[in-house]
Design a protein around this ligand. Sequence first.
Ligand code: AMP
Ligand code: ZN
Length: 470
Amino acid sequence: MELKFYNTLSRTLEEFKPVAAGEAKMYTCGPTVYNFAHIGNFRAYTFEDILRRTLEYFGYKVTQVMNLTDVDDKTIRDSKAAGLPLNEFTQKYKNAFFDDIKTLNIEPAEVYPPATCHIPEMISMIGKLMEKGYAYKASDGCVYFSIAKFEKYGQLARIDRDNQRDGVRISNDEYAKDAVGDFALWKAWDADDGDVAWDSPWGKGRPGWHIECSAMSMKYLGDNFDIHTGGVDNMFPHHEDEIAQSEAVTGKKWVNYWLHCEHLMVNNTKMSKSLGNFFTLRDLLDKGWSGREIRWVLIGAHYRKKLNFTFDALKIARETLGKFEEFFKRLRSVKNAGDGSAVVEALESAKNGFASAMADDLNISMALASLFDLMRNINRIADENKLDTAGAEMVLDAFRNFDRIIGCFEVDNVKAEEAIPAEVTALAEARAAARKEKNWAESDRLRDEIARLGYTIKDAPGNVWQLQKN
Ligand code: AMP
Ligand code: ZN
């Protein structure tokens, strides 16, 4: 099956053809480590996780590089405010980031290069841009990239070159979208930088943000690689500037596929640190939500569509994952012998539906619809008492496989839960039967017996029960 992605560069759906057969090399703009990442940032990182897992599902060997921006205006400003050396300050947030991605079951990238460990590579790249005449040192001591020298400037963001303002220089990395101008490659030291500075042929200073991603991606992935990702807000100026620097140095195409994810919104506004309308992952964990419930919400909408964050969505995630848990439990409790033929058709249709949806530009809503259909079909087969142990195991195995991408089902965790002795389960079943007949005395007696064996039985509406080890 062919993989297709929407390439922002061409604004079309394109078949994925890697540079090296069977391999996928991707670069992902990572966090600026001056604070805890919020779940808007994690929408971008979970999208990238779904992308890498899908590539792996289709047999590609993935090499993913995600940078850690550990020097910029914000890290310097906040480390000073905290009275800590820059490295010590950013280390705390690097650790937090790695904890958070584990909580969200995001597969780790192969390389997490920190910017501060790659200053020589950035200086070397700026040197080449100077040699080739794309860069110049201005009277403020900073080195700038001259966008007028790079013909193709604007190719990604589709900026109208005629409207570009000549002579505008921007040393701040995060200038407004409409302010097109020469951007800083090397920023001259000033008093606000304190003791954060490196020597360079252009004087003491530090690199701009954009050069970081160009230098580090090329170091680990080569001059021309497959995929570059980020949130849509990274597209301009950050990614446009990355392309300009990289292609100016090599004289050839840098990245083949650009994938950008839309924003996580709150009441129709982008979730962002500066607007204060954000939740960190930790905020939600403190409120009692689990990593996999949060992950389910973040991955649930197509990556190119805006996703509105609500607590109702988390509630639905809890209910939905609970339904799948019950379903897996039911599959494990099947006792009928057989060859599994009753499930084959439903299973094949779900596997094809899932794979073709994910191959079609990561169409997760369609892929999940196949899984809901499968659950419904198998439940119907079980209701008709046609499900056998072989069929149940085939379905469980299929979900293990789907979970290589989805990362929320934890099919085998249910197994651990099910290691409850058969004797205890039989007592719980007898108790449910007694309750159905409103035989409360017998029900209480059975509950006490279950307790003596070290288990607590919890009831839920609809004569549903759950056993927990004490
Ligand atoms: P930053 O730390 O602001 O550079 O952002 C890190 C990553 O998160 C980038 O890829 C951003 O595009 C992305 N991002 C930031 N806010 C959101 C949001 N509300 N929804 C989705 N992605 C976001
Ligand atoms: Zn970047």
